[in-house]
Each structure stands twice: as C-alpha cells, then as structure tokens.
Design a protein around this ligand. Sequence first.
Ligand SMILES: O=C(O)c1ccccc1NCC(=O)[C@H](O)[C@H](O)COP(=O)(O)O
Length: 208
Amino acid sequence: MGSSLFIKICGLSTARDVDTAVVAGADAVGFVFAESPRRVDAATARRLAERVPGNVLTVGVFRGQSVAEVRELSRAAGLRSVQLHGDEGPEYYEALRPEGWTLIRATSFRGAALRCGELGEDHLLLDAPAPGAGRPWDWGDEAFVAPEGSWLLAGGLTPGNVRAAVRATGCWGVDVSSGVEASRGVKDPVLIEEFITAARSAAVRSGE
Ligand SMILES: O=C(O)c1ccccc1NCC(=O)[C@H](O)[C@H](O)COP(=O)(O)O
C-alpha cells in the first residue's frame, strides 16, 4: 500500500471493469452485496475476485445485514475485506475480527469528530448519507473535522473533483462508484482510468 493515496473502485460486476481498475492501479475493488442495482451474488463476486492480484484488496459491501450473512457471503466469495454501511456496534466488528478480513466502517459525517478504529474497524469511510448515490457532501465546509487515522473519502467523487477533494481533506484514501459510471450500475472503463489518474495526481497528503 505504501504511502500513496489508497484508491478503491466500488460496485464492480464485470471482468472488464475489474481488469480495468486493477491495471489502472486501484488498491481495492468493491462488490456490493447490499440492496442495490449494483448487487452481485457470491458466485459472481468469487469469479471476479479470482482475477484480482494479491496486492489489491477485494471488498464486500454490506448494509444492515447480519454477521452470519456477512460471513457466509464473504467466505463464499473469497474476499479479503468487508465494508459495513449499517449502524453496527463494536460487537459486530469483534465478531468478524477472527476472520482476518480488513474491516471498513462506512458512515457519514454528522458534526462530531470521528476516530478510525473506535469501533474496532481498520479503516473508516466517510460517505454521503445515501451511499452509492453519487451525491457529494460538505467535506470542504469549515465545520468538517477530518477523522484521525486511515480514512477514505466517498460520496459524489468524479475524475473532475477528486484531486481537489483529496487536497481539501487530506484523506488517506478515496472510494468511488457513480462517478465512474456511464449510467447507474454500468461502469465506464475510461472514467475508471481517468479517476485513478486524477486521484494519483493529488498525491499530497499531510506529512509527505
Ligand atoms: O452502491 C450502492 O448502491 C450501495 C448500496 C448500499 C450500500 C453501499 C453502496 N455503495 C457503496 C459505495 O459504492 C461507496 O462506498 C460510496 O458510497 C461511493 O458512492 P458514490 O457516491 O456513488 O461514488
């Protein structure tokens, strides 16, 4: 992972788009198991995850699903990470910890400072209140307090705004879905490449 920006491309459902993201330099690819037009089944996610080299994280995305369901689907798909969009408490993270997966807690900024790891997660993802809708939120507002630790910015990012967003927030990583789509649920390989190039060009995080 090194010291460069961590880039995750989410909501993938075809081999073409997985390959595009990997070749373009994504650090993580996401498969949605939550209710969504991007939802894939475990067999599809496994087939796609098998194309991904070991240095790229394969992430299952869930919302409001039980620990048992998260476990079953992620094991069946052979994933290495789970991203949880519900209001799960620390016991949820504790229950998943023995699986050895990288745990990502997805939430939205509600005015109070957040700290990565406070519920037992490895990374924190700050998203819009409606995940996967392509809507940006007020990360540039002076009321926003960036979390401590390894946190990813998500919500309405595009090839056109990601560079400014990274520089404004000093985030550790970025996550995108709608901003690299030609239409809802259908990825555009050119936009995936453009997004990764633009995000990499931001490249300046505090401390570097
Ligand atoms: O993609 C969905 O439809 C979805 C549904 C339920 C929970 C999470 C979902 N997606 C998560 C993501 O794709 C990203 O974490 C993030 O929300 C980026 O979305 P976007 O604003 O579309 O770039």
